[in-house]
Design a protein around this ligand. Structure first.
Ligand SMILES: C[S@@+](CC[C@H](N)C(=O)[O-])C[C@H]1O[C@@H](n2cnc3c(N)ncnc32)[C@H](O)[C@@H]1O
Length: 302
């Protein structure tokens, strides 16, 4: 069972007592830690996901577990707590209208050195691999001058992404020639699985990055930033702050790709719409020049 389909029915008798106070406490902790806002309707989902952490750590009630977590008595548990509460739904070539735009942008920049992409909420890897495939096709090479950095707050999904192994149903909608070119079929115990080819995996570097943190270990400048279907979990001030930190990491003509239900127009003056859910810098001079830039909240030079 995946995290995504694990919520219990409201009337299911509960293994652990779970009060609205416990829910609110968890909601406030994950908001502070990851910026994720959880609606009241997520109470059952939260119960089922954190109940698993109680089982794994041996605690018998939510109150004690949360006291220990907040009291700094289980430093490592924060990672599992956070991983448990993220929603990682993704797919290959999701929101497919973005990929021809990316390909076109890359073709225009052929001969300009490395084409750089930051995939900032990469989940289990389907998004960065889709980007890598499109860029191999745009440069007509399995070793294109491309560098993709793929990040997520959730350390479990990053492991899955780096491994690049998927069940065949995940790629069933992919064109056969793409599938043949970019994936290997599993044999024996791996039958029914596919693995992204080494060349594709070599184009992507994975790192844990919490978009809420002040110091991102990220160096621009980027030709494209993908930030899709993660801002929906953040409130508007948080979205605005993140966007203002993306701006100096973009190349002056860089593109920012957003999710289908994410509208940044009323959140930022740094970016303007350049197509459906695609943005570019309002003022290209706000982007990075040719030199590498790191993003920290205090100063782009530190
Ligand atoms: C719904 S998935 C979207 C995946 C992919 N971008 C797509 O559009 O298919 C959202 C991802 O955002 C990640 N996420 C949530 N909060 C985050 C944060 N504060 N910093 C970085 N990633 C975060 C989650 O772990 C999850 O993998």
């Amino acid at each position: 069972m995946t995290k995504e389909d694990s919520s219990n029915n409201l009337r299911t008798p509960k293994e652990f007592d779970f009060t609205t106070g416990d829910f609110r406490r968890i909601r406030s902790l994950i908001y502070k830690r990851a910026g994720i806002t959880l609606a009241d309707s997520k109470e059952e989902m939260v119960y089922s996901r954190i109940a698993r952490r109680l089982r794994a750590t041996g605690y018998k009630d939510f109150g004690t577990y949360l006291d220990r977590l907040e009291g700094g008595k289980m430093e490592n548990e924060w990672e599992s707590f956070t991983n448990a509460l993220t929603t990682n739904l993704t797919s290959f070539f999701r929101e497919s209208q973005h990929f021809p735009i990316l390909a076109e942008h890359a073709r225009k920049k052929r001969g300009d050195g490395l084409f750089t992409v930051w995939c900032s909420a990469s989940s289990t890897g389907e998004e960065p691999y889709s980007i890598a495939i499109i860029l191999c096709e745009a440069f007509n090479s399995l070793k294109p001058p491309v560098q993709i950095i793929a990040t997520d707050i959730d350390t479990n999904v990053l492991k899955t992404a780096a491994n690049g192994v998927y069940t065949s149903d995940k790629v069933e909608k992919m064109a056969q020639d793409r599938l043949k070119k970019f994936f290997l079929n599993g044999k024996g115990k791996q039958a029914g699985m596919v693995r992204a080819r080494q060349e594709l995996r070599d184009l992507i570097t994975y790192r844990q990055v919490n978009l809420l943190e002040n110091n991102w270990p990220i160096r621009g400048p980027f030709d494209a930033i993908f930030c899709r279907n993660v801002m929906i979990y953040f409130d508007k001030p948080t979205q605005g702050k993140i966007l203002s930190r993306f701006a100096p990491l973009m190349k002056p003509d860089g593109l920012l790709f957003a999710g289908h239900s994410e509208n940044f127009t009323y959140v930022t003056n740094d970016f303007k719409l350049a197509g459906k859910t695609v943005y570019k810098l309002s003022s290209p001079s706000a982007g990075a020049s040719g030199r590498p830039v790191e993003n920290t909240e205090k100063s782009a030079d530190t």
